[in-house]
Design a protein around this ligand. Sequence first.
Ligand code: NAD
Length: 356
Amino acid sequence: MNTEFELSTNPVISQMSSMDHDQILFCSDNATGLKAIIAIHDTTLGPALGGTRMWSYSNEIDALNDVLRLSRGMTYKNAISDLALGGGKAVIIGDSKTMKSEALFRRFGRFVDSLAGNYITAEDVGISPSDMVWVSKETNHVVGLPGKSGDPSPVTAFGTYMGMKACAKIRYGSDSLEGKKILVQGAGHVGEYLVAHLRKEGAHVLISDINENTVKRVSNTYGAIGVSLDSVYDQEMDIYAPCALGGTINDETLSKLKCGIVAGAANNQLGIEDIHGLALLNKGILYAPDFAINAGGVMNCFSEVKGLSNDWALVKSEKIYNTIHDIVSRSEKERTPSHIIAMKMAEEKINKGSKK
Ligand code: NAD
């Protein structure tokens, strides 16, 4: 499978086929100002589930690139987690602070409904539970509603913590994080829960966040130490945990990064997958592939789809330890970047599913 793409030079259908997407729905409605793209990557294992992101993309190509990459990531995330779900994602192009209205989300809900359950939506960046309530007035194919499975962040953080311990086991011979110096970048929903787990275990935690009040509050609450945004990649640390934005593993940061492990919850951490995944391996840094380590959130959504308890999702997310251990051990043994190993493992599960 081709993992890198250049949309400016490839027509959309060729691009879809190079990344193996099933379907893309372009949605536009002048009355409400809605401009959205829903991408269904693969439905071999079940309906495509993935959140809707609302973002002020600088152009439509960026939005399309984002939804193609994110929806494919959902296929891998769901497959490697043994969930009976395929991969999909939606993006709404626009400013989430100024463009939201009931009419816009209801129109979006009707587009989701037109896919007849092939795509199930949920919250992602820029979307709140109340937006999803509007969507749910037009379609049943939505999860993450208030009073249902709730905020997935605690489960995502717990799974990330488990994955981090598995990496420590391989790198240091013990999965104890006591005394380890760990930098959590982004102390938001997931980051704060992660800091709580790490401090409870006695890790030495550094945090960085663009919001100074968040840094003060989280460091005071848990006894973490705030570091400035521009000093993150100069820190000597055992574990770097990206929990803010994607793309933080790139040429510039790799030239500075001094750590043994990268394990965090952010999506799309590798700037350019093939280049920066290999660069981490060559630098001797263990990398827990983002879509495998941050799968706790989708496990939480799955529990809502199937009417399972919240406890089910927590128990399931504990198994992320085993998944990450398998991926990283195989990566070390085969001297192959861990994200490639994780993608292969997910594809093996999809191929098995397609033969059932
Ligand atoms: P959030 O918006 O609650 O938190 C992100 C935090 O990062 C905020 O506090 C923000 O101020 C901070 N931040 C933004 N840019 C930063 C920068 N350059 N440096 C330092 N801090 C910065 O989001 P979240 O729900 O905690 O999700 C965090 C990441 O994990 C995202 O990439 C998200 O896609 C991913 N993720 C989240 C879940 C979930 O369950 N919430 C599930 C899977 C993946």
